[in-house]
Design a protein around this ligand. Structure first.
Ligand SMILES: *Cc1c(COP(=O)(O)O)cnc(C)c1O
Length: 358
């Protein structure tokens, strides 16, 4: 049976990429060794590293005045690295509280400096994106932080806040490469790889040059963006295999029309599912309509026993990992780039059948 993996992360990868990795697993090219076994200083690996970077730059049209860094420690380490490196002039930053990961980012930033939270959607279980205006960011501060897509609650920023000139920093872990963005809107973008890029263990940081080199003296090298920038992310051994797989995904995306094509496909996929949910008398989407995520679709029946029954029934049709996050319950269908349209069609068929019987 074909399995459709709706996991929020680590998540499904393009089948073609997995097949290529399988083919090259034991011997990469003429090297006679696996990428896992290669020195990170070897010519073969350096080419993999450089191409992954170049392809990511091409995909996102990253301007020359931005660095691409390969870091470890997940998006969670960026919750610390961002304030350690950037909250260094005014020692103050704004954070929009739109979900569980935003809360974690806030709690780490508070260890470094002053955090102002001008807007939150916690009053309604983070089911919407709060409105902001430029005057909310009037105090001198080092940056404004947002979570571009809220993986757990199924919301996203469809319009970026007017930060009153402050650099915008975003956690893009669950939406990077899903749609066309303008990198110039941001001072810094970070994303753990395991949602829409590749294996866990690799984190992408895209940082504008003027934001590099601001870490206070005495900052640990491994927490300092400038060390990564100066050493082409090879100050120590980078997560070589993760970078290799990410590189295969980048090449695959470029070959298949890049981000405009991904965006069109993702819009179509999300619309299929939301249209069904809007028409269903049993299943209800939980996110505010205008703030709906294209990547994580959250919904409930309103009856926790029925939710459980539905999740169990899905397994028989190859639909797995559709259970909502433990903090919100219900269901969550994560439909990243690698989820095929047929996966969503199958899910809708199963929902329709379940609705008939309920
Ligand atoms: C998954 C996720 C995280 C946590 O990522 P780790 O790599 O596990 O640290 C942070 N932010 C968002 C938006 C996520 O989706």
């Amino acid at each position: 049976m074909k399995i459709y993996n709706f996991s929020a992360g680590p998540a499904c990868l393009p089948h073609e990429v997995l097949l290529q990795a399988q083919q090259e697993l034991v011997s990469y090219g003429q090297s006679g060794m696996s990428v896992m076994e290669m020195s990170h200083r070897s010519a073969d690996y350096e080419a993999i590293h450089a191409k992954a970077q170049a392809d990511l730059r091409e995909l996102l049209a990253i301007p020359d005045n931005y660095h691409v860094l390969f870091v470890q420690g997940g998006a969670s380490m960026q919750f610390s690295m961002v304030p350690i490196n950037l909250m260094t002039n005014h020692r103050r930053a704004y954070y929009l509280k739109t979900g569980a990961f935003a809360k974690k980012a806030i709690s780490e930033a508070k260890k470094v400096g002053e955090v102002i939270v001008p807007a939150s959607s916690e009053d309604k279980t983070f089911s919407y994106i709060p409105d902001t205006t430029a005057d909310m960011f009037a105090q001198p501060a080092d940056y404004v932080h947002i979570t571009h897509n809220n993986t757990i609650y199924g919301t996203r920023f469809t319009k970026l806040p007017d930060t009153n000139g402050l650099p915008l920093v975003t956690d893009m872990s669950s939406s990077i490469l899903s749609e066309v963005i303008d990198v110039r809107d941001y001072g810094l973008i970070y994303a753990g790889a395991q949602k829409n890029i590749g294996p866990a263990g690799l984190t992408i940081v895209i940082i504008r040059d003027d934001l590099i080199g601001k870490a206070p003296e005495g900052t640990s090298s491994m927490l300092d963006y400038s060390i990564y920038a100066q050493n082409d992310s090879m100050f120590n051994t980078p997560p070589t295999y993760g970078i290799y797989i990410a590189g295969l995904v980048f090449a695959y995306l470029l070959k298949n029309g890049g981000l405009p094509a991904m965006q069109a496909r993702n819009e179509k996929k999300a619309a299929l599912l939301y249209d069904y949910l809007d028409s269903s008398s049993l299943f209800k989407p939980t996110a505010n309509k205008k703030d709906r995520s294209m990547m994580n679709v959250t919904f409930v029946t309103g009856d926790t026993e029925l939710d459980k029954k539905f999740i169990a029934e899905c397994k028989a049709f190859g639909i797995v990992n559709i259970k909502g996050h433990r903090s919100v319950g219900g269901m969550r269908a994560s439909i990243y780039n690698a989820m095929p349209v047929q996966g969503i069609e199958t899910l809708i068929d199963v929902m329709k059948e379940f609705e008939k019987k309920a």
